[in-house]
Design a protein around this ligand. Sequence first.
Ligand SMILES: Cc1cc2nc3c(=O)[nH]c(=O)nc-3n(C[C@H](O)[C@H](O)[C@H](O)COP(=O)(O)OP(=O)(O)OC[C@H]3O[C@@H](n4cnc5c(N)ncnc54)[C@H](O)[C@@H]3O)c2cc1C
Length: 416
Amino acid sequence: MNIAIVGAGIAGVATAYELAADGHAVTVFEQRNATAEEASFAPGGLLAPAGLDPWALPGAWGNAGWWGRQAPLRLGRAVTLNELSWLRRWRRNARAAQRAATAPAAWAELLQWARYSQACLLERTRQLDLAFEHGTGALVLLRSARDAAAGARLLRALRESGHTVHEVDADAARRIEPGLAPDLPLAAAWHLPDGMTGNCRQFALLLRQAAQRHGAQFEFGASIAQVQAHPPGVQVQGEAAVRRFDAVVLCTGAAAATLLRPLGLRLPLVALQGCTISAPLREALHGPQGVVSDAASGTSIARLGQRVRIAGGAELGCGAAAHPQTLHTLWRVLSECFPGAISHSAGVQVWRGARPMLPDGPPAVGASGVPGLWLNLGHGASGWALACGSARALADRIAGRTPALPMQALEPARLA
Ligand SMILES: Cc1cc2nc3c(=O)[nH]c(=O)nc-3n(C[C@H](O)[C@H](O)[C@H](O)COP(=O)(O)OP(=O)(O)OC[C@H]3O[C@@H](n4cnc5c(N)ncnc54)[C@H](O)[C@@H]3O)c2cc1C
């Protein structure tokens, strides 16, 4: 088939690779001048497992801490009605998940897809000999008994979906991550030996080259003005004619709404802003060895080669610049957990990006409802973790094959 992909973030590049490797003729249209310039530029390093981030699954860490004065969510004056409606749906889903006797089925499906996605990523890394910054091991810090209680249901869901999670005490946690501050209050921790940290943008750049070797074409600086159905096609901004394809795959992250609306499709998608700070490692033993997730602040701190990256915060309607409180929290948590890990002198990168979020957690991967138009977007807080698995699943669907796992929780139709 002759297939157009819109968007060259991690979702678009992974999709391009899988489709080109299956033998399709693939053209990727990207409005920016390079790969991974938007949400996939400098996200957190939490590559596995998905689900630890407080914004991965509504209700996974309870409701309490996320809406109070200390909450990482910041609502600014520019918040739109659409964003408020999304927030209401997210909170409704979070409350329902908390009230139910067992964790929602969607959690198990998402966590199983995350494991599958990690396996796909490891397979591609090995096959293609991709040299990108990555490491193993994840530790979840539970600073208080309250954190442990809030995460109890997520812990069960992780185990039920096949993840190995060891509950460890503070001393064991400090042996796993010797750089943790000795005075950091720690009730307990979860250790996930198969957890992974990794550099999303580096991986995307390498996978794009691999897709090109399979014949995929990338057109940069090509903004798609509209997508057409019957027959499928895309119109590049500034071109009069529509370019026809056998199928179009939208991997536009949070920007999908403007292309979908004229086709009569509405997705409850918002761009939930967050920040990362990346800084050079000052002393290897003082920094994280893998990825450390702090339940109390909803942040993750990852080792990426010779750098440390902390990620967190959630902002809606806060304008163009990061909220000062978001950055303050990131700096505070970094120095509380790993004092002396980073060098402040030079090379500190502060980045703000948007998680493309749907209100129930999982992404929209599959048929859009318009013949010939497919979606692989809305991966929220787990787009890096889910990229390789979602792309493989979509390529299987387009080829008429049965994907490796049930896809109900990912179906775009669930959001109608
Ligand atoms: C602060 C923060 C921390 C995060 N931490 C993690 C983490 O630790 N682990 C994890 O798994 N995930 C994390 N994420 C989430 C992850 O970054 C995203 O889910 C993922 O990058 C989304 O990838 P994408 O390809 O769907 O979107 P994007 O990377 O945004 O790509 C979409 C692309 O589509 C292009 N595009 C849009 N419209 C058009 C158009 N009309 N024409 C042409 N091109 C178009 C855009 O330019 C863009 O390049 C984090 C996100 C943030 C903001």
